[in-house]
Design a protein around this ligand. Structure first.
Ligand SMILES: Cc1ncc(COP(=O)(O)O)c(C=O)c1O
Length: 385
């Protein structure tokens, strides 16, 4: 694979040092003191002691049992600690699974626009890749017939990301069922990036985890989004197939063979405080989304969207006279960062009028106010163009 600059790096150069961020995709970051407070409030002195005094030796391949057990509790009975593999972050999990499963004789299916790691992991693993373009006209929904149309004899892998980054939308239960049916019929694994699962704005929209729903399904998740723990740097895969699990662990030998114990313990602390942390983050999300709703109503001449129903990001269309790249540069000059369309697609002309905003952090209302000030200052000029 030839070197390619990460799509989001280009954006970071433009927005370096901007005080008002609408760029981030995570929820309010936790800190280490909060984690300890949550643990002590629960009477869980043992985990705090384990954090303060633990061996700096290697952790077991595939992750320690106590963390794998804690993660398995997020799923139904079909997923136990034996079905979990731990990684140093979500992106490493996506990469490692692709390398374990694919080679240059294989074909994979991915969707665009989307989070870059989700789209390129099969490419980096040497697989041939078909990209299916999602569209706002279809509310960013995957059309199972489009998937069926590109399946080849050597198709081994379909990579989906639901809830969907950048739009914060979710596929319907029926679409998930149809997709699994197609994959089963053609003996294809489905890698389901579920980094935003558990952040559905209405619990009824939550989809079954792919690892539970499909015997060849793999669910990828990480501490980064629902728990506000990007810096814990722990991700995982849940899957039923023991042979594939072993292959993935074997592949880990050539990368980050084992996660840090301090990270594992912090992940256990956060997972044990899930109820409180998720409630706190969903409260912030709902509040900020309400403000975004007001903004979208007030400025509907200039912006529209498919309203998100999960997670902490939205993909917004700018109807004015600038591309999202140009708008992003002007906003950066005004101290505001957003993520233009080129961060989510290899083709920089793809949806060039769209940009992503994040609304998972407490400081988001300040950034939205700054955006509103920018729109007020420019709306006449946009109307005249
Ligand atoms: C859809 C999606 N998957 C995976 C990741 C990566 O997770 P991590 O930060 O744990 O590597 C992200 C982070 O932005 C993401 O948005």
């Amino acid at each position: 694979m030839a070197y390619n600059e990460p799509w989001s790096k280009r954006h970071k150069k433009v927005t370096a040092g901007t005080p008002f961020s609408l760029s981030n995709s995570f929820t309010e970051p936790l800190d280490s003191v909060e984690l300890i407070e949550y643990s002590l409030a629960r009477g869980d002195r043992e985990i705090v002691d384990a954090y303060q005094k633990h061996s700096l030796g290697y952790t077991p391949n595939g992750g320690s049992l106590d963390l794998r057990q804690e993660i398995a509790n997020l799923y139904g009975d079909i997923i136990s600690a034996e079905n979990i593999v731990i990684f140093a972050g979500g992106q490493v999990a996506l990469q490692t699974a692709a390398i374990a499963l694919l080679d240059d004789s294989s074909h994979s299916i991915v969707f665009t626009p989307g989070y870059q790691s989700v789209q390129v992991a099969p490419v980096h693993a040497g697989s041939m890749v078909s990209k299916i373009r999602l569209s706002p006209e279809s509310r960013w929904q995957i059309n199972p017939a489009d998937v069926e149309a590109v399946i080849r004899e050597n198709t081994k892998y379909i990579v989906i990301n639901e809830p969907y980054n950048p739009a914060g939308t979710l596929m319907s239960h029926e679409t998930q069922r149809q997709l699994v049916e197609i994959a089963r019929k053609n003996d294809i694994h489905i890698m389901s990036d579920e980094a935003y699962r558990l952040l559905e704005h209405a619990p009824k929209d939550r989809l079954p985890a792919m690892a539970e729903f499909y015997e060849k399904g793999i669910s990828a998740c990480a501490m980064s989004k629902p728990w506000g723990g990007c810096g814990i740097t722990i991700g995982w895969l849940a899957l039923q197939d023991p042979d594939l699990k072993q292959k993935i662990i074997d592949t880990q030998y050539f990368g980050t063979a084992c996660p840090s114990r301090a990270s594992e313990i912090q992940a256990i602390m956060a997972l044990r405080a899930s109820d409180m942390i998720l409630e706190r983050n969903l409260k912030i999300i709902r509040h900020n989304l309400g403000l975004l709703d007001d903004f979208m109503d007030k400025y509907s001449d200039f912006f529209d969207w498919v309203r998100p129903n999960a997670g902490a990001v939205a993909y917004v269309r700018f109807k004015g006279p600038l591309s999202s790249e140009e708008l992003g540069a002007q906003l950066a000059d005004a101290g505001i960062s957003i993520k233009p369309a080129y961060v989510f697609s290899q083709d920089s002309n793809d949806y060039s009028d769209y940009f992503r905003v994040g609304f998972g952090e407490k400081i988001m209302p300040k950034a939205l106010k700054a955006l509103e000030g920018f729109v007020e200052a420019h709306k006449q000029e946009w109307q005249e163009t």
